[in-house]
Ligand binder design. Structure first.
Ligand code: OGA
Ligand code: NI
Length: 333
């Protein structure tokens, strides 16, 4: 396949290098959209209703590890501008996009980037470091012209939302106020672009994985995210202006296994381009991660050992995204 083509995906059938083996490809089975994944209205998370919202968040995080939020405080304009910005960004030529590669941590991966066992993902991706934000934004793309302004505004708003959700979670778990303050300063953003695919049953946008974050806030324009629920893949609906909130591995560990970090993946579709923005809250690399002391006692033994976040991340590279193997190697008590 031509490397320098701005429309690598404009093909009638899936090129060989993109076909996943039968064990990992989605196959013909269509995963139904799961209507049971909770949609939580954060507009009411002030005053008396707060207790109710906290319960909803905890329950969703225990049962699904994933939920959606509406009335979340991130402005409609920011959301629309972000989508517009990244549709325009990924619409540029591969040469233009590749000229951004490795500039201060900003990494563009075209479809030629290998996923696993030499198979390519059906997506393009841009990794935008966000910490410290002012510095990162000065080094971020100048094209589209709205990029810097739109992305920095969005990241500030989404960080505020992430910290607010973490604060509600820490109260729900019975941790002290501000528990996540130290560990949750590092934001990281990925923009993903999944073009239409002639046969989505053969390909994957993102392989099955858990996020190695504390928490992830995902914006998606059309469905394509799937999550494992009771051993089955189910689809997560794309609600207008809603965010998908995903519990990351670190939060599962801090909660001593009470909250679940779900396995998920992204599939392509045959009709429309899909754009998503993932914003992760990660611990600093030297952060000590362990089950919160307040959650461990005579009745509740620690399910995980104490480790440094960077050791977790390093083995994420070594083990691919096989979370079970990482947890066994790094976090077994
Ligand atoms: C991720 C992720 C899902 C999507 O970026 O970690 O799972 O639908 N993204 O893009
Ligand atoms: Ni993910």
């Amino acid at each position: 396949m031509e490397k320098h083509s701005s429309s690598w995906f404009n093909v009638e059938s899936v090129p060989e290098g993109y076909v996943f083996p039968p064990e990992t490809r989605p196959g013909k089975l269509i995963a139904p959209l799961c209507k049971a994944i909770p949609v939580i209205d954060l507009g009411k998370s002030l005053g008396e209703d707060q207790y109710d919202i906290i319960q909803q968040i905890l329950e969703a995080s225990e049962n699904f590890g994933i939920f959606q939020v509406i009335n979340h405080g991130v402005s409609e304009n920011s959301i629309l501008d972000m989508m517009r910005n990244f549709k325009e960004f990924f619409g540029m030529t591969v040469e233009d996009k590749e000229s951004m590669v490795n500039k201060s941590g900003l990494i563009y991966t075209s479809s030629t980037g290998y996923a696993k066992d030499g198979v390519h993902l059906w997506r393009e991706n841009l990794k935008q470091p966000c910490h410290p934000l002012e510095k990162c934004i000065q080094l971020s793309p100048k094209k589209p012209t709205i990029y810097r302004e739109v992305v920095s505004k969005y990241l500030v708003e989404v960080k505020e939302l992430s910290l607010r959700i973490l604060e509600l979670i820490s109260r729900g778990l019975g941790l002290e106020p501000g528990f996540f303050k130290e560990s949750s300063q590092l934001q990281l953003m990925l923009a993903n672009y999944y073009p239409p695919c002639p046969d989505p049953s053969l390909t994957l946008g993102i392989l099955r994985h858990c996020d190695p974050s504390i928490i992830t806030i995902l914006l998606q324009d059309v469905p394509g995210l799937q999550v494992v629920k009771d051993g089955q893949w189910v689809g997560v609906d794309a609600l207008p202006s809603a965010f998908v909130v995903n519990i990351g591995n670190q939060l599962e560990i801090i909660s001593n296994g009470k909250l679940k970090s779900p396995e998920h993946r992204a599939v392509a579709n045959s009709t429309v381009t899909r754009t998503t923005i993932s914003t992760f809250i990660n611990p600093p690399s030297d952060c000590v991660v362990e089950p919160a002391k307040a959650l461990v006692n005579g009745l509740n033994a620690p399910q995980y050992s104490t480790f440094l976040y960077k050791d977790f991340v390093n083995s994420y590279g070594a083990f691919g995204s096989d979370t079970e193997a990482i947890l066994k190697q790094i976090c077994e008590p």
